[in-house]
Design a protein around this ligand. Structure first.
Ligand SMILES: Cc1cc2nc3c(=O)[nH]c(=O)nc-3n(C[C@H](O)[C@H](O)[C@H](O)COP(=O)(O)OP(=O)(O)OC[C@H]3O[C@@H](n4cnc5c(N)ncnc54)[C@H](O)[C@@H]3O)c2cc1C
Length: 391
């Protein structure tokens, strides 16, 4: 058993850490508050090749191992979690095209997605269906009968990260709305952003996760060539999306570790600097207990996240492991952000300090890529069915 990163992983993490400290940490608070899009950071991430994280080398991607993938999201989220969102949805979608796309789709999109020249996201959720994806109502009907007949999509997607920058946007649709069970009639279509009838209609106001946009997308009779059916087969869309969310859960667990690490860093430094009753507040046992608890939870979340990531590199199907890591790390991020805020006293509530952003960003980690309650039921079902075990 080895709990250390390889030399290559350590070097990779250190270079990312430098980038985050130099380019994200100094601007995060002001840019977040002003609602400014982080164009310069996106450009630097492009130069670092980060848009190619989940893309095979043959298409110009970095194709990093899953632990390095996690390190990327951890470090960036330590600086500003919203930035990790820009990269996260792009990586989930790129992974999905790389693993499930036809050779023509891979050739057409992956090289430009790897450089960030093209960007993408993933459109699953609808106003009436999030967890219950089989309940979506977006429909793609064929305009004609042959295998080359275009699809015509009608429906509305919501909460779509990167919607204003995604091209193509993979959209989960029903190609056979009458299919039973419903997933057999679900497919993913790669929709070009300039398609007539495709419109990003609103940016949704939100508590945190600023920096990246979350939008409603309306598809009104959008015509999509049959060549844009992901993998060239109907009826696989839900499975294609759900398998991609496995890497998404590692990414969310790692983002949570980054938030918790920042909460720890801020709490530690505040506990040393702030004085009350003529002594640093870190001398008070109540503050020490809270600080130690942040450190314990943070380190446990990190180990669990790296464990789940390394299992994925073993080529093992790991819904249970990634789900467990995502649940634990996201609850940890919430708790650590709250505790760091308490250690800051009144200043923790001020927009002049970093902890209030951590407090606003952390809750999303328990919602995205499967709510924690739903993931708990997934973990429990696999344990009960004996397809996964603990111990
Ligand atoms: C900032 C942000 C960014 C997002 N980005 C994207 C994106 O890029 N692409 C995308 O497709 N979606 C995105 N989403 C949507 C996100 O994936 C959904 O919000 C999430 O899946 C939950 O769906 P819902 O909001 O419809 O909640 P619901 O499914 O309505 O759930 C409501 C509550 O019911 C509980 N619940 C539901 N079903 C069950 C069940 N079977 N058992 C137990 N409890 C249950 C849930 O745990 C939750 O507490 C984003 C959301 C946010 C907030």
């Amino acid at each position: 058993m080895d709990f250390t990163l390889s030399d290559e992983q350590r070097l990779y993490r250190d270079s990312l850490r430098d980038f985050v400290d130099r380019e994200i940490v100094p601007v995060a608070r002001d840019w977040e508050r002003s609602g400014r899009y982080p164009t310069e950071i996106v450009e630097s991430m492009r130069k670092l090749g980060l848009f190619g994280l989940a893309i095979p080398e043959q298409y110009g991607g970095l194709e990093v191992d899953t632990v390095s993938f996690a390190l990327t999201f951890e470090e960036i989220s330590r600086g500003w979690m919203g930035i990790a969102g820009i990269l996260g949805s792009h990586s989930v979608s790129s992974w999905m095209i790389a693993h499930h796309g036809t050779p023509e789709q891979r050739d057409a999109y992956l090289p430009e997605l790897a450089t960030g020249e093209r960007r993408t996201g993933i459109a699953l959720t609808e106003p009436g269906a999030g967890t219950d994806l089989q309940g979506i109502t977006t429909v793609a009907r064929r305009d004609g009968t042959g295998p080359d007949a275009d699809y015509v999509i009608t429906g509305t997607k919501t909460w779509i990260t990167n919607a204003r920058h995604a091209d193509p946007l993979p959209v989960l649709v029903k190609t056979d709305p009458k299919a039973e069970p419903a997933h057999r009639g679900m497919s993913i279509l790669l929709v070009a952003a300039d398609s007539p009838g495709y419109e990003v209609t609103q940016d949704i106001g939100k508590l945190g996760y600023k920096g990246t946009e979350s939008c409603e997308v309306v598809l009104d009779e959008v015509r999509v060539p049959s060549s844009q059916l992901l993998g060239g087969v109907e009826g696989r869309g839900l499975q294609q999306a759900l398998s991609s969310l496995e890497t998404g859960r590692i990414n969310i667990a790692a983002r949570s570790v980054g938030i918790a690490q920042r909460a720890y860093d801020e709490a530690l430094s505040y506990a040393r600097d702030r004085t009350a009753f003529k002594q640093p507040i870190g001398d008070f046992q109540a503050v020490q207990l809270r600080l130690a608890e942040i450190a314990v939870q943070l380190q446990a979340a990190r180990l669990m996240t790296y464990w789940a990531a390394s299992r994925m590199d073993d080529g093992v199907r790991m819904d249970t492991e990634s789900g467990m890591a995502k649940i634990f790390a996201s609850e940890t991020a919430l708790q650590c952000a709250t505790d760091a805020m308490r250690i800051h006293g009144g200043y923790g509530y001020s927009t002049e300090f970093e902890v209030e952003r951590l407090y606003r960003d952390a809750p999303l980690m328990s919602i995205g890529e499967g709510t924690n309650d739903v993931l708990r039921t997934v973990v429990a079902k696999s344990l009960l069915a004996g397809t996964a075990s603990v111990g």
